[in-house]
Design a protein around this ligand. Sequence first.
Ligand code: ATP
Length: 416
Amino acid sequence: MVSNMRKLLPSFASASSWFEVYATFSTFTMLLRTAFNDLIPHQIRSFLVSKLEAFFHSQPNNQISLRINEFWHDRYNGNEVFLAAQEYLPTRITSTKFTWKLDENSDENSRDSWKQAFVLTFDERNRERVLDRYIPHVLKTYEAMKSEKRILEIHSRRSYAWTYWELSHPATFDTLALDPELKQAVVDDLDRFLKRKEFYKKVGKPWKRGYLLYGPPGTGKSSLIAAIANHLKFDVYDLDLSCINSDSDLMEAMRDISGSSILVFEDIDCNKEVHDRSKPKQDSDIEKERGEGSGKFSLSNLLNFIDGLRSGGGEGWVIIFTTNHKEKIDPALLRPGRMDMHIHLSFLRGRAFPIMASNYLGIEGHHPLVEEIKGMLEKTQVTPAVVGEHLIRNEDPDLALEALVEFLKQQMKETQ
Ligand SMILES: Nc1ncnc2c1ncn2[C@@H]1O[C@H](COP(=O)(O)OP(=O)(O)OP(=O)(O)O)[C@@H](O)[C@H]1O
């Protein structure tokens, strides 16, 4: 990496900032993350600082400026330092040592109108201090604020880049209509995972846990993922494997994911690379699995990735596969260590209905219609999503429940 930097630096003699130069290297996210974790070896940090001196703006009175763009090379690659500064600044009274300014592009017609940056100005004598301590401190404060304020993010990769926004899904384990014992088992497993961070370290295992969520559509797989994220306070990375065209695509997607995250592979059965290999297959499929001459990622590479996830800096990983067809998936993907807990989400059963009655209609405690519906749900196959749709149609709790009773009667007739 350092030798690459040596080669590239001279060609950026007029680049406006350290961060802009930094962004031109494909490894910048790794570097940034490492910087954030205070793990950059001191020699490399000093090297970067000394080599990049030329890229600061010179100002009168020995002041220099550091420009922190909102995005890296395109609008799909957000800069975490910018986000950190944005959250951090309102909490600080203007310092006499450092001046922050938001530099917005006011020309709406310009091609670059989406570009904005924070410009940090400080005495040039503080240059090393800013890079070595101040920026990492801003990032750390931001991380602490995120977990305190529970600003969770959901990142989604539908093409060649991750996009992200705030995870505002309200689902929690209190609002999920699940069988109470299953719910308790999941919560206990998550809490054990959270508590055992040191244990994983001691036995030399990466701090990670895998969950397979399977069941028909509308049974709460996405809601459960949101509840897990809200419980653990982990960000979510949702990777659509149909957009992954090669092993290197897969590696690139993975490289940009930070720890303390939930990595979601939705509808995993939609990818034939992960189908059960016990079925006879063609030579070309075998080649695919080896990742040779294939346009798609290989199962072996996905397995290697999952097995090789390391928890740097004590950060944990939760990997979630969702599927409507568990039977289609290669058992190699599902074994403990990869998918530690298989969670079956199914049709709404009576015991879970009071949670929906409470969420949607505010009904707590005994209600004769709730009791009647509980009994009916034991004899029908209706998803929580369908029940939710019925409950939301009527503001009056009694009318809503009566309408649901009618609907369930109809369902029971049809299935007899
Ligand atoms: N177990 C549940 N408890 C509470 N609400 C639920 C549950 N399952 C589904 N819902 C409601 O139904 C809607 C759809 O659920 P969700 O998207 O979580 O299902 P899913 O299994 O992920 O569906 P799909 O496979 O189609 O993506 C949600 O808005 C949620 O409010």
